[in-house]
Ligand binder design. Structure first.
Ligand SMILES: [Zn+2]
Length: 797
């Protein structure tokens, strides 16, 4: 049997043209009777060139969008551009290009490339963040936050990237280096705009519990928010009237304190040097100089447990009144807590290591039941603790805080979000200053507050907007003589914190979105993106949405229901693709040679899409997918007018079940295997009923949208294969599992997966597989069990 020629170029361009003229993917936002499904992919930055990572980000979720449509859902699958940002401005500086033109040219190129991959985006919903009709609403939403005291201006120590010549948010600094360019950041003291993310820390944390996200994504956010409950305690310093304040999560170990440590950057260190209290000044200064060269990560690792005692001063223990030494050591970070800690070597590993290295005493103050004294014990009976000895350590906590005049407190790692940037190509901050220098939000009648164009791009470290005469004149004309404009622009993460709301009604001139439609389409059913956004974009967008929810501007408290982080495509050598390594795969070469469908299926097959793994690109991989598609095409020659055979029909309905189930969980790789197995069986038949072939094509359609559409037409079928109904499936459905959060005394200790109808006893026995729970249950039966099937089991012990 001769293989028919599979002219992918002709097929793909013809089919794409047909989809375009038929407006096949335009979704009816308000009137469709079909159930809405909002599938969101992170919109791209218009870098101008679609690399393989873009294909992976867009072409693969497209499989799911196509399948959902065939399954009767009204699917919103939009795309747009996160179009403000540094590269445009850098092109302006380096090559004298207009940043706007550079951006718009790139978007044109990328639109063509996105169409080439056969992605079924609804282009009528396109959102472009650098367009005044979009950023007008970014500005307006900011003014709402400002009126609600969620935006403020403050003088603060901030991180500055000397290469990008702008401040950065904490989230944009990785271990002391700029997250985008890798330059070591500097500290600067500047007046900047902030959003009060810290006010939402608890809600950002608590509401995670209800989200059906993978535990590793939730854990990353929890760690970033970094809530710790403890107390502020104070130590009197010998040479000073003032007190040294420490934050501790273990106030019940106060009697075990044998020394205190301050961070090298703690303001008290310089004060003590200046007033002559410290006698080993030279040694201290040397240590400060050494530490300032280290990154935060090197410091927190601090393998050698370096530190220097401050000679000449001591601290008084607040409970025992003993005199104890004070150290500076860089394992204590200035920005965490108060920048000073009480050290309890008997019950803290880092303090233990430090104490051993510096020959400091250790004093055990907690004993587990029985007579064994174990190091690092967390809870038990207090010993060597004055009048508290003999009491349960957890029960005594509050009394001990009171006894030493401490105060209960909660600390977060999450800081307020620094949103001003000293760059040009961004959304202007809609603020003007009166002649006294007080800030005022610009009213909606003057929005959009447009980005000026008479700009000097030479990077000076000052905001380029300050060079615009037009902006100053505009401000004075509207607000009066002596008024001045804010010259910083927003961090682009502000633009992307609400773009998914605009997709719902992107042409609305009266407001940022549409109330009725938002009720119908929010929260977003599934959001697919890169794992690098877990503690940046994903956290910012959740904060922004919650703030809008409190302002009654959006109907849901969370923007996204499911979140899937995709994996990473690596070079053929298994390393991250980079030009310097020469291992960059250019998708265009493969599309040219084997076709877009072959590239799509290969990417679907390369590994499970809902796991943040990394998959090396196999140079023969696309070729073998091409062969698979050729066989699908050739199978048409076996089609005759015979009635469908029962065996074939059964096979296809089983395949439909498998493909549907796997694709729903974004396991496109196993879905493709199921299609391959089915093809082999169909090929084994002498002849094939047309209905069976059409059914197989429908199952393949989301994966290979062009070829299947072409054969569909060739077989004289009506309309588009992508508008047909998904074939009936016959798999026996396994009961659906839900995630049950396991708590002990209200504290989360893990989670288990159980069918929703599981009874309490079974749930308890499953929960006791968690080591922490097993340990707790050893002490006795729970007093009470609160069990909500499918959600939570809380053991009161
Ligand atoms: Zn940088």
């Amino acid at each position: 049997m001769a293989t028919r020629s599979y002219d992918h170029k002709h097929i793909e361009t013809t089919v794409q043209e047909k989809w375009r003229t038929d407006n096949l993917y335009q979704v009816d936002i308000s009137d469709s009777p079909d159930a809405p499904y909002y599938l969101l992919v992170e919109f791209p930055y218009p870098s101008g060139d679609l690399h393989i990572g873009h294909w992976y980000a867009f072409a693969i979720p497209d499989i799911y969008a196509r399948m959902l449509r065939m399954q009767g859902k009204n699917v919103l699958f939009p795309i747009g551009f996160d179009a403000f940002g540094l590269p445009a401005e850098n092109a302006a500086i380096k090559r004298g290009l207009d940043p706007k033109k550079w951006t718009y040219d790139n978007m044109d190129t990328m639109r063509t490339q996105l169409r080439r991959m056969g992605a079924s985006f609804d282009w009528s919903k396109e959102v472009i963040t650098c367009q005044p009709d979009y950023y007008k609403w970014t500005q307006w939403l900011f003014t709402k936050l400002y009126e609600d005291d969620l935006a403020y201006r403050a003088n603060a120590s901030v991180k500055w990237c000397p290469k990008d010549k702008t401040v950065l948010a904490n989230e944009q600094v990785a271990n002391g280096f700029c997250e985008r360019c890798g330059t070591e950041v500097e500290e600067r003291y500047l007046t900047q705009w902030f959003l009060r993310t810290s006010k939402y820390a608890d809600r950002l944390l608590e509401d995670l519990d209800e989200l059906p996200w993978k535990e590793d994504i939730k854990e990353a956010q929890r760690a970033w928010i970094g809530k710790s409950v403890g107390a502020y305690l104070t130590f009197k310093i010998s040479s000073q009237k003032e007190l040294l304040r420490v934050f501790t999560t273990r106030p019940e170990t106060i009697f075990g304190v044998t020394y205190v440590v301050v961070a090298p950057e703690h303001p008290i260190v310089n004060k003590l040097i200046d007033d002559g209290s410290i006698s080993n000044t030279k040694e201290v200064r040397e240590y400060l100089a050494k530490t300032s060269k280290k990154t935060e990560r090197e410091r927190s690792e601090n393998k050698d447990k370096t530190g220097v005692v401050l000679d000449g001063i001591t601290a008084t223990h607040p409970a025992t009144k003993e005199i104890i030494p004070i150290y500076i050591a860089d394992y204590v970070i200035g920005s965490y807590g108060t920048g000073a800690v009480m050290a309890v070597p008997a019950h803290d590993e880092r303090d233990f290591d430090f104490a051993r290295a510096h020959n400091l005493p250790s004093k055990t103050v907690i004993k587990v039941t029985g007579d064994d004294i174990l190091p690092m014990t967390h809870a038990g009976k207090l010993v060597n603790s004055g009048s508290f000895s003999g009491r349960d350590s957890m029960d005594a906590q509050m009394d001990m805080i009171d006894a030493v005049g401490g105060e209960r407190a909660t600390q977060y790692r999450l800081r307020d979000w620094l949103i001003s940037r000293q760059r040009y190509w961004g959304c202007p901050i809609p603020i003007v200053y009166d002649p006294q220098g007080n800030p005022h939000a610009i009213g909606i009648e003057h929005l959009p507050w447009t980005l000026p164009t008479d700009i000097d791009f030479a990077p000076t470290g000052k905001s380029p907007l300050a060079t615009s005469l037009e902006l100053l004149e505009r401000t004075e004309r509207i607000f009066g003589e002596g008024w001045t404009p804010e010259c910083d622009t927003f961090d682009t993460f502000v633009d992307s914190s609400w773009y998914f709301l605009r997709y719902i009604d992107c042409k609305n001139l009266d407001t940022f979105s549409n109330d009725i439609a938002m009720k119908k389409w929010l929260p977003i059913n599934r959001y697919s993106g890169g794992s690098e956004h877990t503690t940046m974009h994903l956290l910012y967008a959740r904060f922004f949405h919650k703030a809008l929810y409190d302002l009654k501007l959006v109907p849901t408290k969370e923007p996204f229901n499911e979140r899937f982080n995709r994996g990473l495509i690596m070079g053929p050598d298994g390393h991250k693709m980079s030009k310097s390594k020469g291992n960059v795969v250019n998708p265009d070469d493969f599309v040219e040679k084997y076709g877009a469908d072959a590239v799509r299926i290969y990417l679907a097959f390369i590994g499970p899409y809902n796991e943040a793994g990394s998959y090396p690109w196999n140079l023969d991989g696309v070729k073998s997918m091409r062969r698979f598609l050729e066989r699908v095409y050739a199978l048409e020659e076996k089609v005759t007018d015979i009635p469908a055979q029962e065996e074939t029909t059964n096979l296809l309905s089983q395949t439909a079940g498998k493909v549907s189930e796997d694709a729903t969980r974004f396991k496109f790789n196993t879905a493709v295997s199921a299609l391959m197995i089915a093809l082999r069986t169909l090929e084994g038949n002498e002849s094939l009923a047309k209905d069976s072939y059409l059914t197989f094509l429908k199952l393949l359609a989301p994966f290979a949208p062009h070829l299947t559409e072409h054969i569909w037409e060739h077989l004289n079928q009506e309309g588009s294969i992508h508008s047909t109904q998904w074939p009936k499936s016959s798999t026996v459905q396994e009961p659906e599992l839900s995630t049950v959060v396991v708590q002990i005394n209200g504290k989360r200790r893990g989670e288990i997966s159980l069918p929703a109808n599981t009874d309490e006893n079974t749930a308890l026995s499953n929960a006791s597989n968690i080591p922490f729970v097993a340990e707790a249950l050893k002490k006795g039966k729970p007093k009470r069990i609160i069990y909500v099937p499918g959600r939570i089991i809380n053991l009161v012990i």
